[in-house]
Design a protein around this ligand. Structure first.
Ligand SMILES: Cc1ncc(COP(=O)(O)O)c(CNOCC(=O)O)c1O
Length: 401
């Protein structure tokens, strides 16, 4: 008898089921707003000019070979990636307290960090925002840690439940890991202000908690790489430890190259050395060593000041297009006189908007308007363009009136 015959079908995944429903919808004007990937005004994925240029340079560089990278990845990439998030004048970097490992994009960085913590950290509780990116609970649970939630989104104000957040983090047991999205919170699009980040930092440090930043959208939120790194730099500046998962999927458009980094900021060079040696033991049996191409593209761009500048211009272009889509959607909703306050659409930041429409309305819009978004009412603003904004505004108007 077959060994695999007892495998059960996987439970329905909320995001995937929406993507499948949209895929199977024959309607020629269907609109998929569920996927978290940037699209141009023409509705196409974008390969940055500067990425094409870097790839041409790499293709012509005959010194490049296809040998294995070290377990922790391309050394230049690790240095440049750490500098990007920590800043050019980071004391942690100067004092050699920083361990950076090239990982398989943001997901891989979170996974390696989770496996490391499960092996070396006594406190097994991880606090994540409620709501948070759908993969967070799975990544940490799979590593053998226990996921708990801290209040983050307030449905009443459609804003940050800051008091609730502070209370829940303040009640966490000493040593608990706290997952913090550094900017462009997924799925709500709501970020703490700098003043609020400072209060969060104080409570995390005073309770001896371990911050694990998920930094998937640096530069993609505000359009400025340094602004979007302020929350992380605030914590690192106080000399404490923190984990940071970086991704170049969105801000460099390298989704499929799976390029990111896990940075662990330690309190001393000595600790950093020991941590580095142990992270290698997590990676080796997991995937041995990371892929070269994405790391080579990022390194080529970050180490060349002209290409770096070109990148920041294209990056701001993406962020600005999203911000203008928010404005257009807000104005289209206003123009229709749709009941309710829709200002959260322009107050929120990053790839997504938490519209506030409920699951029943989401399902109705899929059926009647062939517009698809995740059941929590999250839409990818990056998937909108000037032609589809009116279509969405009509659907929202019809759904909530
Ligand atoms: C907060 C966050 N962290 C990490 C990641 C991981 O990204 P990657 O592994 O591609 O770097 C993502 C990617 N999001 O996926 C889009 C979606 O929610 O529909 C993310 O949003």
């Amino acid at each position: 008898s077959s060994i695999l015959s007892n495998v059960l079908p996987a439970p329905e995944d909320h995001v995937l089921s929406v993507i499948f429903a949209c895929r199977d919808d024959p309607c020629p004007v269907k609109l998929n707003l569920s996927a978290g990937a940037y699209r141009t005004e023409e509705g196409k994925p974008l390969v940055l000019e500067v990425v094409r240029k870097a790839e041409q340079q790499l293709a012509n560089d005959l010194s490049c070979d296809k040998g294995y990278l070290p377990i922790d990845g391309l050394a230049d990439f690790n240095k440049l990636s750490a500098k990007l998030i920590l800043g050019d004048d980071s004391h942690a970097v100067e004092e050699n307290r920083v361990v950076t490992i090239q990982c398989l994009s943001g997901t891989g960085s979170l996974r390696v960090g989770a496996e490391f913590l499960a092996k070396h950290h006594q406190q097994r509780v991880v606090f994540v925002p409620n709501p948070t990116w759908g993969n967070h609970p799975f990544i940490f649970t799979l590593a053998g840690l226990y996921v708990e939630y801290f209040r983050y989104y307030d449905p009443q104000t459609r804003g940050l439940d800051f008091e609730g957040m502070l209370e829940d983090i303040g009640a966490a047991p000493s040593g608990a890991i706290v997952v913090l999205q550094s900017c462009a919170h997924n799925p709500t699009g709501i970020d703490p202000t700098l003043e609020q980040w400072e209060k969060i930092r104080q409570i995390v440090r005073s309770k001896g908690l371990l911050p694990f930043f998920d930094n998937a959208y640096q530069g993609f939120a505000s359009g400025n790489l340094d602004s979007d790194a302020q929350s992380v730099r605030m914590f690192v500046a106080d000399g404490g430890e923190c984990f940071i998962a970086q991704s170049f999927a969105k801000n460099m458009g390298l989704y499929g190259e799976r390029i990111g980094a896990l940075t662990i900021v330690c309190t001393s060079q000595d600790v950093a050395r020991k941590v580095h040696s142990q992270v290698l033991l997590v990676v080796r049996p997991m995937y041995l060593s990371p892929p070269m191409h994405g790391a080579s593209i990022v390194t080529t761009i970050l180490k060349n000041s002209d290409m770096y500048k070109d990148w920041t211009i294209e990056l701001k272009g993406m962020a600005d297009r999203i911000i203008s889509m928010r404005q257009q959607l807000y104005e289209a909703i206003q123009a229709r006189g749709t009941p309710g306050d829709w200002s959260h659409i322009i107050k929120q930041i990053g790839m997504f908007s938490f519209t506030g429409v409920n699951e029943k309305q989401v399902r109705w819009m899929a059926k009647e308007y062939h517009i698809y978004m995740t059941y929590d009412g999250r839409i990818s603003i990056a998937s909108l363009n000037s032609k589809t904004v009116p279509q969405l505004a009509d659907a929202i108007h019809a759904a909530v009136t």
